[in-house]
Design a protein around this ligand. Structure first.
Ligand SMILES: [Zn+2]
Length: 341
């Protein structure tokens, strides 16, 4: 099977795919301390990384993300390891490739790419050219390690999304993307689900699938999924919500979402039209196993309403998520329609 087309091939033959859960949460459980770069563990503790990957597959994941979220030069600079971006990315994917290839069913290795952590121009100082270079370096490492697809996640800026898309084209790699709509239904940079999908639909290098990850709890994420699918989506939808909301317990952070809640979320996400369904922060193998069982056992239902989502998963974090408003606000739309007449 041509590895470049692996995800697309599996997508056409399946009704839904189960992605994986959290990387950070599971690595903290294995002893990672905050302030430590998780990507350095690809070299220091490859067996622990292989174990984390294996646990996701044993729980039923069809796709899993490599331990390379912060493995770009901008993020690694904080740990004095900016020159190691390509090598640490390669290692994360090589360990993943090895785990996936031992597995009896087809598994997609998705090379995780997180944000640079810097603000792009014109608001910030990171230029498009430099951002492309940073993402390209990481993409080449993930490709060398054997990733089937690149997986851009937790993005909040359209400009950074576009830079990554250009970089992935340079690396000749298919990709998926998710943004984090964590601020009353918009990303931190003010992007709505609708404007994100519009941008993706016009990209010269379109992703294989696109959607949302992280954010604020499963209810909010489901509302975003409904927005993506309400007026036709350019590509298949990804839903990767957190396991509930973080809360302090006994001196550390844990997530409020039970495996039962995440099973309900997985079924609602499928019924709302998401094709790739997984978890984000707080999602453990136990959650994934329940999600897989629910997706297999429960028949497909009607597209859920906001009311149903609230009843099953809990209150939304904000009354509105500005669905229907464009990125620049309502004025742009009014101006445009005036000129179009
Ligand atoms: Zn998350």
């Amino acid at each position: 099977m041509d590895s470049c087309n692996k995800l697309e091939q599996i997508l056409t033959s399946r009704d839904w795919l189960l992605a994986d859960g959290a990387t950070g949460t599971n690595l903290f459980d294995m002893g990672l301390t905050s302030g430590e770069a998780p990507e350095l563990w690809n070299e220091l503790y490859p067996r622990r990384i292989a174990r984390m990957y294996t646990l996701a597959l044993e729980a039923g994941s069809d796709i899993f993300l490599t331990n390379s979220f912060g493995s770009n030069a901008a993020r690694l600079r904080l740990h004095g390891s900016q020159h190691r971006a390509r090598e640490l990315s390669r290692l994360s994917a090589a360990i993943a490739r090895d785990v996936a290839d031992r597995y009896p069913r087809p598994i997609v290795v998705a090379g995780s790419v997180g944000p640079t952590g810097e603000i792009m121009s014109p608001l910030g100082s990171l230029t498009h050219e430099l951002a492309v270079e940073i993402f390209h370096e990481q993409a080449e490492g993930l490709k060398e390690g054997g990733a089937d697809v690149l997986w851009l996640e937790t993005m909040s800026s359209i400009e950074e999304l576009q830079a990554a898309s250009d970089a992935f084209k340079l690396a000749s790699m298919p990709w998926c993307g998710t943004m984090s709509f964590d601020t009353a239904g918009r990303t931190m940079m003010g992007v709505t689900a609708q404007s994100a999908m519009e941008t993706v639909g016009q990209m010269p290098n379109m992703p294989v699938a696109f959607g949302a990850n992280c954010g604020v709890g499963a209810s909010d994420l489901m509302r975003t999924v409904l927005n993506f699918t309400s007026q036709g989506n350019a590509v298949p939808i990804i839903a990767k919500g957190n396991a509930g909301i973080p809360e302090y317990f006994d001196g550390h952070i844990r997530y409020s979402g039970t495996p039962e809640l995440m099973a309900d979320y997985a079924v609602l996400a499928r019924d709302a039209g998401a094709k790739i369904i997984g978890g984000c922060c707080g999602t453990t193998p136990e959650h994934l196993a329940r999600m897989r069982a629910a997706l297999e056992e429960r028949p497909r239902g009607e597209r859920p309403t906001l009311e149903q989502i609230r009843n099953v998963l809990g209150e939304f974090s904000s009354v509105s998520d500005d669905h229907g408003k464009s990125r620049e606000g309502p004025n742009r739309r009014n101006r445009r329609s005036k000129f179009n007449k």
